[in-house]
Structures are given as structure tokens and as C-alpha cells.
Design a binder for this molecule. Structure first.
Ligand code: ME8
Length: 638
């Protein structure tokens, strides 16, 4: 059986878990779950990095012992993983006996092999960074990283002969393009290795740092925290304790890390493994950083939303979805409430939620709540079947490339195909015509089978919601336990009853969701002359609606702008439109117009605009788009 061993960094126990930790662990979880779905044998490891001076100091500040402190922190991290539905197989802590044993043994072996030596070291030491700097490293007499105080220290220390492995490491990286990903990080490391590589100081005198694993060959010293921490990956695989497990799991398939810890993983770790005579992991995948836009999270207005708060307001699955949907693994992304809500309302509530809801309602209304037994290969179902097969093959390619965005898009394209299928087949019309009963049954079956496919593909990202879909179409068991075979088109037997449930993605109002000054929307926006082709999928993303103008007035200080209050059927909204030079405000009241209803809100000249009105223009003339019959406010334009 294929094995897949994926790890996250083990997180420092000196601070509370945050968005960055949640991201890495969620991505690893999603990958682990997809590999399980593919029938692979998975080991998913996360854990805590509990030694070192930072932890020692943090415990001291709280008047507690380091052990009590790390025990508390481990509970906090575990609680978050529980909340986020993380399905790790192992949670390692570097204070555990199994790990201390491996570190001690590994050090002794490398020492016995002559790869560790002692030497007097003199330099400038930063307590905060736990690092020595040379005179020429210093910036204005301070540490070059954080500009903090340094003290002159001279002490004996132990060094690992890392420099001896430089050429070998370069050769390995060059010969294995998959080893460091993405390629920008690989180039960064190759660039770093163009400079001579030094040896690695792997000890700290106990007099200075007591909280660590003692060196087996000198009890006055503890192990440098990185030499200790990196070894967690082999400890958990069973190195020196369980030969069978170790040979099954090591080398790891993937160390998923953030870009901040690239050098330790791509230089220290491989050279340590080489010195121990162990094979290297297949891939070190370094993702980018989440930036949190304080302005867009409402911090400047004093009503801040913390990213993790959205787990409570919108549910854990929406949060997981956003993380893997918004960030391309490898690049940086900005976390904003707006983009979170836009994805929630658009992709989850409108596209997916409505599809599920409509399908179940139609099954109840038109075929008595029981999914019909139909030949899954009926040609009427070809658009759905072919799209489902495309989704499967896209995901099969995206998974080894860590491309979570492509995975989500492949799933969304199936959602949209099914929504189009409903529009094209018009089941409501078929239901009125007794002679077309079997066509109707085929359509309802096709939708049921598509929901089954969607539940399977979404399960790794949204375990709870996909299970709810699974239940609604009357499937038994836990969707998370389904395996590859279940993905074959036509797995829905038919004959089972649907079970209608509450909406999957109910509307959520966060007070601060809408008003943002920083969105650069200009009066001209929407009047661009250039024409590029877009796919039908892209067009489908536009939510165009008929609206009725309730009030209209000029925006002060802006010649071209009108402020409109419009009725969208289910709600009222405010729009700002650049039409004041063509229309008197009053002349618009009561008129039907067409608006883009799912445009990100923007603030134009200090006035909030929740959407955009559509107008055509040529040679200085302008005309508003409108339906040619008295359609109700909110009618969809398609
Ligand atoms: O470095 N965006 O632990 P740590 C995305 N103990 N990910 C982020 C992030 C952000 N803004 N901030 C942090 C350590 N991360 C060591 C690791 S491994 C043998 C020892 C994530 O608690 C990202 O995965 O500082 C990063 O690599 C990790 O948290 C650092 O966690």
C-alpha cells in the first residue's frame, strides 16, 4: 500500500496558537485526508517544540515551572486542533521520554562518528535570538535580526561539522527538484549555499539555559533547541524504538513548513540526517505567510475581528475552506473579513448551499422524496458525469503539486455545472408533464449523484458540511471513511430517501463586514472599453439582479455621483453610481435597473456602495440597463 507521511512544524510552546499555526495544520490535515481518500496509508504528525530559553523565560515570567507551562500550552494547541477538526495520528512533544531517548542516542552516534567537536567560542550573544553573532554581523552594536542588546561571551561549546556536507547537499538539491518546493525556495537555498557553510553550534551551557536535553557526552550542556526539535520527525516515525514502523514511514513524504524556517529544514536537517546515515525526506514544502490587514479586520475602528473568531461565527468548515481556497501554497496572502465573507456568501452559500437545497427540495417535491433508480450512464447525465470525471483528474494532478486552490476550483466547477444543469433541464417544467416522468427521474438522480460526488470531494476540506450533504441524500456511514472506489460515477444506488436539513451556510451578519475605505473603486469602474474573453464559469460568478430605485440624491462634492437606495427583493442596499451628468436624481426613483449584487463593497468619496449599477455608453451618451417587463426586485439576470 502507498504510504504518505506528512508533518507540520512542531510549534513553540512559548505562545498561544494563532492563524499561522492553524493554517499549516489545516493544510496538512486537508492533504492527509485526500491521501486517505485515495486509499493511501497515512501518518499525519504535529506537535510541540518545548525546550529552549524562550520557553524557560516565558515560564519564569508566569511564575511557573517550564514543565507545567508547556503542559498548559500543549492543552491549548490540542484544543484548537480539536476545534478545527484536525485528524492527526500523532502529537509529539519534545519533553516526552521517547523523544529525549532519540536525541540522546543520535547525539552520541554523531559524536562517536567524529562529527561533533568542542571548541572555544567567542562572540556577541543575543539572549532573545539564542544566537551568537560576530563583530561584523552587528548593526550599531545590536543584533542584526531584531536590533536587541548583545553581550560579549566566551565559552566552550560543541559543534556539528555541518560545513563538511555542503557540496553533498548542493548535489542532492540539484539532483532532486522535488526536494525543496516551491522552486523559489529551492533557489533561495541554493543561493545561500553559494557562501561557505559554517559548522553548527549544537550546545548551550546549562549555566545559561537549563531547560533542554543534556548532551550525553558532557552533562554541563544541553542540546541546542533546533538540533533537538528537528529530530521529532524521526522519533515519531519509530526511529530506535520500532523498527517496523520506522521502515514503513521513514523517509517522510512531506515536511510542510512556513517560509520562516526554511534554512533549518533545508540545511541543518538534511546534514544531520546524512551524518546519522539516514535517508532524507522526499519533500520540504514551504508555504507563504498570512498577513492580517488590521484595517480590514476592523482594528482601527476598535471592533477587531480575530481570524480565529470566524470559526465561531461562520463555522469551522467555512474557516478551513477559506484557508485553503484563498492562499496559493507558497505565496503570501492577506486575511480580510471581506474576502472571507465574499467567499462564504458567494461560493459556499449561493453556489454550493443553494445547489444542495434546490436538489433536495426538488427530490421531495417532484419524486416523493425517494431518489429514483436510474442508469447512471444515461446520456442526459453526460454533462455531469464528464465534469465529475474532469474534477477527479484535476484533483489527481493538483494533489501532488500541493495546489489547494486548483482542488477547490475543480470542485466548484462541478457545483456550477450542476446549477447550469438545473437551469437547462428545468425540472419544474418536466414535473408538469406526465409523459416526461422518466426524464425528470433521470435529472433528479443526476443531481443526487452529483451531490454524492461533491460530498466525497469536499470531505477533506469540510468534514462536517460534506457529511451533512451525505446524510441529506440518504447515504449511510461516515463520508470520511469512504475510499477511492466510491468516487466512480454512479455509486448512488437510488431508492434511498432524501432528508432535508437546515441550510448548510446560513447568512451571518458581522457588523463590520461592509464598510471599507481602502478599496480602490473609481467612478469609471465598470465602463472599461477593453474586451477579453471569459469562461462561462467566470460569467456565472456574477450575481446580476433586477433592483428598484427607492431614493436617489447627489453625492456632495462629486459632480458625477448619485447615491441610490435600492430594493433588491430580499434586502435594501445603497449604491453609488457615476450617472449624475446624465440623469436627474429624482427621475430614477421607481425605475427598474440591473445591478451586480455580489461585488465587493467599496467606499467612493466617503459613501459606501454595496454593488454596481449597469449602464451602456457610447460617444458621451449613457443608457441604464433595465428589463423590459415589470419583473420583481431581486429577479436574477442570466
Ligand atoms: O518555528 N502565516 O515554531 P513556531 C503562515 N518550533 N504560517 C505561519 C505564520 C503566518 N503568518 N506564522 C507562523 C517554530 N506560521 C519551531 C519549529 S520544527 C522542527 C520547529 C506557521 O511556533 C508556519 O508553519 O514559530 C511556521 O513555519 C510555523 O508556524 C512556525 O511556528
Amino acid at each position: 500500500m502507498n504510504t504518505f507521511f506528512i508533518t507540520t512544524p512542531i510549534y513553540y510552546a512559548n505562545g498561544e496558537p494563532h492563524l499561522g499555526h492553524a493554517y499549516t495544520t489545516t493544510v496538512a490535515d486537508v492533504l492527509a485526508r485526500y491521501h486517505r481518500l485515495m486509499g493511501h496509508d497515512v501518518l499525519f504528525l504535529t506537535g510541540m517544540d518545548e525546550h529552549g530559553q524562550k520557553v524557560e523565560l516565558a515560564a519564569r515570567e508566569r511564575n511557573t515551572s517550564p514543565q507545567d507551562f508547556v503542559d498548559q500550552m500543549a492543552l491549548a494547541f490540542r484544543a484548537l486542533w480539536e476545534r478545527l477538526g484536525i485528524s492527526h495520528d500523532d502529537f509529539i512533544r519534545t519533553t516526552e521520554g521517547r523523544h529525549q531517548h532519540v536525541v540522546t542516542e543520535a547525539l552520541q552516534r554523531v559524536y562517536d562518528a567524529g562529527e561533533i567537536y568542542s571548541s572555544d567560542y567567542e562572540g556577541w550573544y543575543s539572549v532573545y535570538e539564542e544566537q551568537f553573532f560576530t563583530e561584523k554581523d552587528l548593526v550599531d552594536g545590536k543584533d542584526p535580526i531584531g536590533g536587541r542588546e548583545v553581550v560579549q561571551l566566551s565559552e566552550k561549546n560543541y559543534f556539528f561539522k555541518m560545513s563538511a556536507y555542503q557540496e553533498w547537499l548542493i548535489d542532492h538539491i540539484v539532483a532532486h527538484p522535488e526536494f525543496i518546493q516551491p522552486v523559489t525556495r529551492r533557489n533561495e537555498i541554493l543561493g545561500f549555499l553559494r557562501q561557505p557553510l559554517g559548522d553548527l553550534c549544537i550546545s548551550r551551557p546549562k549555566a545559561r539555559v537549563a531547560w533542554g536535553i543534556p548532551l550525553p557526552f558532557d552533562q554541563d550542556y544541553v542540546t541546542y533547541v533546533w538540533f533537538d526539535a528537528l529530530l521529532n520527525y524521526v522519533t515519531a516515525a519509530g526511529y530506535l524504538s520500532n523498527e517496523k514502523a520506522y521502515s514503513r514511514w521513514w523517509p517522510a513524504s512531506c515536511h510542510l513548513i512556513g517560509k520562516d524556517i526554511l534554512t533549518t529544514h533545508c540545511v541543518y536537517w538534511p546534514t544531520m540526517l546524512k551524518a546519522m546515515g539516514l535517508p532524507l525526506p522526499e519533500t520540504i514544502m514551504a508555504h507563504g505567510y498570512w498577513l492580517v490587514d488590521a484595517e480590514k479586520m476592523g482594528k482601527s475602528r476598535g471592533n477587531a475581528v480575530e481570524p480565529l473568531d470566524l470559526v465561531e461565527s461562520h463555522g469551522v468548515d467555512a474557516f478551513r475552506y477559506y484557508l485553503v481556497r484563498e492562499m496559493t501554497v507558497g505565496q503570501d496572502s492577506t486575511f480580510t473579513v471581506e474576502s472571507f465573507q465574499a467567499r462564504y456568501n458567494g461560493e459556499l452559500a449561493n453556489d454550493l448551499g443553494n445547489l444542495v437545497n434546490r436538489s433536495i427540495v426538488m427530490a421531495e417535491r417532484y419524486v416523493g422524496g425517494r431518489l429514483p433508480v436510474v442508469d447512471p450512464l444515461h446520456p442526459d447525465l453526460d454533462p455531469l458525469r464528464l465534469r465529475a470525471e474532469e474534477t477527479a483528474s484535476t484533483i489527481a494532478q493538483a494533489l501532488p503539486a500541493y495546489d489547494t486552490v486548483a482542488i477547490v476550483e475543480a470542485i466548484l466547477s462541478l457545483v456550477r455545472e450542476a446549477n447550469r444543469f438545473i437551469e437547462a433541464k428545468e425540472p419544474w417544467a418536466l414535473a408538469k408533464d406526465e409523459t416526461r416522468r422518466s426524464d425528470l427521474e433521470t435529472v433528479i438522480y443526476g443531481l443526487g449523484e452529483t451531490l454524492r460526488q461533491l460530498a466525497l470531494w469536499l470531505a477533506p476540506i469540510m468534514p462536517e458540511k460534506s457529511h451533512a450533504i451525505w446524510n441529506q441524500i440518504g447515504c449511510e456511514g461516515d463520508v470520511a471513511n469512504a475510499r477511492k472506489d466510491a468516487l466512480v460515477w454512479g455509486g448512488l444506488p437510488g431508492g434511498q430517501s432524501v432528508r432535508k436539513m437546515d441550510p448548510l451556510f446560513p447568512k451571518v451578519d458581522l457588523e463590520e463586514s461592509a464598510t471599507e475605505e481602502s478599496t480602490e473603486q473609481t467612478e469609471e469602474q465598470g465602463m472599461a472599453e477593453e474586451s477579453t474573453t471569459i469562461s462561462f464559469d467566470e460569467f456565472q460568478k456574477l450575481d446580476l439582479r433586477v433592483a428598484i430605485v427607492k431614493t436617489a440624491e447627489k453625492v456632495e462634492g462629486a459632480d458625477r455621483l448619485l447615491k441610490l437606495q435600492i430594493d433588491l427583493g430580499s434586502e435594501e442596499r445603497q449604491l453609488v453610481a457615476g450617472v449624475a451628468q446624465h440623469y436627474e436624481a429624482e427621475s430614477l426613483v421607481g425605475r427598474r435597473i440591473v445591478v451586480v449584487a455580489n461585488l465587493e463593497p467599496a467606499t467612493i468619496r466617503g459613501v459606501e456602495s454595496q454593488g454596481m449599477l449597469l449602464a451602456a455608453s457610447a460617444d458621451g451618451q449613457l443608457g441604464l440597463l433595465a428589463p423590459d417587463s415589470d419583473l420583481p426586485a431581486g429577479a436574477r439576470v442570466s
